[in-house]
Design a protein around this ligand. Sequence first.
Ligand code: SF4
Length: 156
Amino acid sequence: MNYHRYYPVDVVNGPGTRCSLFVAGCIHQCRGCYNKSTWSLDSGFTYTQELEDHIIRDLQDTEIKRQGLSLSGGDPLHPQNVPTILKLVQRVKAQCDNKDIWLWTGYLLNELTIEQQVILPYIDVLIDGKFVQELADPKLLWRGSSNQIVHELHKK
Ligand code: SF4
């Protein structure tokens, strides 16, 4: 998997103070996409074991306490990203106490493949659907257009 950006301290992408990872690879080609440079799976930088360890350490940090991890892109549920994302979210839930995981995807929740669905038990909130320019509204919270739905999969 490749990624574009990792923000160890982020207060914009999801609630509270978070770590945010923006991965490479997206097939959806939404008109008006704010992040076209992430579409190619080969774009960005190689996601390494070192980066994964770094994310886990950041989430365990007790000085700057993070509420959780945000996964966006690109699309974290691009079929080629799923194995690496699965390993990351499994580690977060096993090794980082009480952190929530938010994930943004262009796929629809009810259309995910069996392979993509393996991620869902580890995701607290999933925002699904393509960005639709005609339905864009800057007042929306955590989503760009009104067709997208914020699914609270595992309410605390
Ligand atoms: S799903 Fe997101 S990253 Fe992919 S094309 Fe649509 S807006 Fe861009």
